[in-house]
Design a protein around this ligand. Structure first.
Ligand code: ADP
Ligand code: MG
Length: 243
């Protein structure tokens, strides 16, 4: 399968603190990769470097074979290819559900309002929120908000979806509905990169699991390898603490 994103020797400093250390990593088309690891290990920073919310201090980020950190590369075109779902939803509170999924398409992709609404409805249906098009975010539960946020990102029809702990801010009873939608997306062949603390979910949906520790990728492999036969002591320690 075609490699979509490839990261080579990426590091990231905040001041003198090296938060990512010589990261090599790639995502292939259709792959579902989960990133696990303790708080502070650099998972969010890695995602933020991939979508250029943070600028890596060094290394290369290749998108379909081109180094997008090259001056000549248009980062806006690149960022349009990535959908991002955050822990805190980040919905536009002054827009209703449908409008949340339409504005980006009209502004950034220059789609007509009609077309954008059609696309938005398609993805709102997929996440089970098509009955709520006129609701405002503050009328929705956390799980519903996150499903709208997923539909909004999907409406931009990105090549890769990035999720940063999409269920961590939710009440426990709402985690399941969001994971169910994500599982369905994973099975549909969408390329996904997911930071999560939901180990059962990671086990079920991942093609590959990446374990980060103190700014490095300490181990990566199939869910079977990482969860049942980890080779690194620190992976075993982490899993003992979380499972
Ligand atoms: P994780 O997502 O795995 O919990 P983060 O990527 O958020 O980890 O953070 C990794 C390290 O980088 C932490 O020590 C954190 O304090 C530090 N860090 C993250 N963002 C910033 C920032 N904007 N400025 C300074 N330090 C940061
Ligand atoms: Mg984080």
């Amino acid at each position: 399968m075609e490699t979509i994103i490839e990261i080579k020797h990426v590091n990231k400093y905040f001041g003198s603190h090296e938060v990512l250390k010589d990261i090599d990593f790639s995502v292939k088309k259709g792959e579902v990769v989960t990133i696990i690891g303790s708080s502070g290990s650099g998972k969010s920073t890695l995602l933020r470097c991939i979508n250029l919310l943070e600028k890596p201090s060094g290394g290369e980020i290749m998108y379909k074979g081109e180094n997008i950190l090259d001056e000549k590369h248009d980062i806006f075109t690149y960022r349009r290819k990535l959908g991002m779902v955050f822990q805190q939803f980040n919905l536009f509170n002054n827009h209703n559900v449908l409008s949340n999924c339409v504005v980006g398409q009209v502004k950034v992709l220059k789609r007509s309002k009609d077309e954008a609404e059609k696309v938005a409805m398609k993805y709102l249906k997929i996440v089970g929120m098509d009955k709520y098009v006129n609701a405002r975010p503050n009328q929705l539960s956390g799980g519903q908000k996150q499903r709208v946020a997923i539909a909004r990102a999907l409406s931009m029809e990105p090549d890769v979806m990035l999720f940063d702990e999409p269920t961590s801010a939710l009440d426990p009873e709402m985690v399941g509905e969001v994971l169910k939608v994500m599982k369905q997306l994973a099975e549909s062949g969408l390329t996904m990169l997911i930071v999560t603390h939901e180990m059962e979910f990671a086990k079920e949906v991942s093609d590959r699991v990446v374990f980060m520790d103190k700014g490095v990728i300490a181990e990566e492999g199939s869910p079977e390898q990482i969860f049942n036969h980890p080779t690194q002591e620190r992976t075993r320690e982490f899993l003992k603490r979380t499972l």
